[in-house]
Design a binder for this molecule. Structure first.
Ligand SMILES: Nc1nc2c(ncn2[C@@H]2O[C@H](COP(=O)(O)OP(=O)(O)O)[C@@H](O)[C@H]2O)c(=O)[nH]1
Ligand SMILES: Nc1ncnc2c1ncn2[C@@H]1O[C@H](COP(=O)(O)OP(=O)(O)O)[C@@H](O)[C@H]1O
Length: 393
């Protein structure tokens, strides 16, 4: 039998006005979820260290060390945690700016449960909170040579600040004009297989004899830049993303005819005859699945390029999005160690420590949690924060 975390055992009903749900002692913060106590350890163990999580099971009296997935926050002296529901907590990291201060710890989400089954161990997963209303990622699939890359390039060129490309990993060799880190992360099969085992990939598939995959990081980098992520992945990958927490719009690009597809693939002149044959063979199954699986929200026929591109922009509501108001993030927001929090419905009131400020409301923020999107693996988007002075509760 182990011992319950001291600060819970000492004073389970204690008065801890500084925290909403969590109780802290030293660098540790604990929060109760059902019969378990999750202890978040913020001790800095040297350069590159991240915070740890351990679980005390009250019913068995045992400590457990879970497998921790996702990008972890860096250590800090002060964390506060709020339970949002039975499988999700918001962990606020003190003494940090808006891009590093909101984190979600998932303890029972479908993503966590799925990994518990495969790993045979208790799992928790981190997801960093991203401020602002970044739109859903876009998954684009379709057979080789249909024009996916051409359409995506047009979109990125016309709206460079709005879209970011998810750079996949692949074991296939680079083509003449392809650059590592821009078109793909070109990698060895054994390295990629190991990273897949380590849970670094959101999805992966074997396509035309090579491994392709989207790393969690590839999607996170785009979300962190406040951009909408575009994924160019095959139908198997689209199916995996559909089953994941990454809510996305799924678009299938279809050719006007099989003959035209073959013509484009040959005209591109990037593959050997053998590779072209393999791609054409696979195209038959991909077209069948793309059109009949119900997986895709939209099917676009890429006959005339400009017409197809206009339709794509319509689907993505680009004119409306371009007109929407810019994000209003409090640039100076910095959560001090002295902060306190209280939760009212889907809103969290955060007081960043009034000691050095004459007007306390200047230093109080409202964090709106009502439109959270995404989650591990990847970022949790849709967090909105504003100064209380500007907008009362
Ligand atoms: N599942 C999955 N498929 C990918 C990924 N990256 C690329 N693909 C797909 O792999 C297939 C082959 O891509 P590529 O070798 O670049 O050839 P291309 O489609 O002819 O340009 C295409 O269907 C891509 O959509 C990925 O990360 N995951
Ligand atoms: N609508 C279109 N009409 C004619 N050629 C096209 C069209 N869309 C793309 N192409 C050409 O077809 C070839 C394959 O396009 P690409 O974007 O590389 O396909 P994918 O990324 O789906 O494999 C390229 O040479 C491209 O210039």
């Amino acid at each position: 039998m182990g011992e319950a975390p001291a600060f819970f055992a000492d004073n389970l009903m204690g008065d801890f006005p500084k925290k909403v749900d969590s109780k802290s002692k030293g660098n540790e913060t604990a929060i109760v979820v059902g019969s378990k106590i999750y202890v978040i350890d913020g001790v800095d163990h040297g350069s590159g260290s991240t915070i740890g999580v351990r679980i005390f099971d009250k019913s068995s009296g045992e400590w457990r060390i879970p497998t921790v997935l996702g990008t972890k926050p860096k250590p800090s002296k002060d964390y506060s945690a709020v339970l949002l529901n039975d499988d999700l907590m918001l962990v606020v990291r003190g003494n940090s700016g808006s891009s590093e201060c909101f984190w979600f710890l998932e303890v029972g989400t479908p993503f966590v449960r799925q990994h518990e089954k495969t790993l045979g161990n208790e799992v928790v997963a981190w997801s960093k909170g991203v401020l602002g209303n970044v739109e859903k990622p876009i998954v684009i699939s379709g057979p080789s040579g249909v024009g996916k890359g051409t359409l995506i390039s047009k979109l990125m060129k016309e709206f460079p600040s709005m879209f970011g490309f998810s750079v996949s990993h692949t074991t296939r060799a680079p083509r003449a004009k392809e650059q590592n880190g821009i078109h793909y992360h070109f990698t060895d099969r054994n390295v990629m297989e190991r990273e897949i085992k380590d849970g670094k990939f959101l999805e992966f598939a074997s396509v035309h004899g090579n491994l392709y995959g989207t790393s969690v990081e590839a999607v996170e980098v785009v979300a962190d830049a406040g951009k909408r992520c575009i994924l160019d992945i095959d139908v198997q990958g689209a199916r995996s993303v559909r089953a994941s927490a990454l809510e996305a719009i799924f678009i299938f690009i279809s050719p006007p005819s099989f003959e035209e597809l073959e013509k484009r693939l040959r005209a591109r002149a990037t593959e050997t005859e053998e590779q072209i044959q393999k791609r054409l063979q696979n195209a038959l199954a991909e077209l069948e699945q793309g059109k009949s699986s119900g997986l895709f929200d939209h099917i676009l026929v890429n006959d005339d390029l400009e017409t197809c591109y206009e339709k794509l922009k319509n689907i993505l509501c680009l004119r409306e999005a371009a007109k929407s108001a810019p994000k209003t993030l409090p640039e100076s927001f910095n959560l001090s160690i002295e902060h306190s929090m209280s939760k009212i419905d889907q809103k969290l009131l955060i007081n960043c420590g009034a000691a050095e400020h004459e007007n306390a409301s200047n230093n109080t923020y409202i964090l709106d949690l009502s439109s959270l999107k995404g989650g591990s693996p990847g970022r949790t988007r849709g967090l909105n924060i504003r100064c209380r002075e500007l907008e009362p509760l």
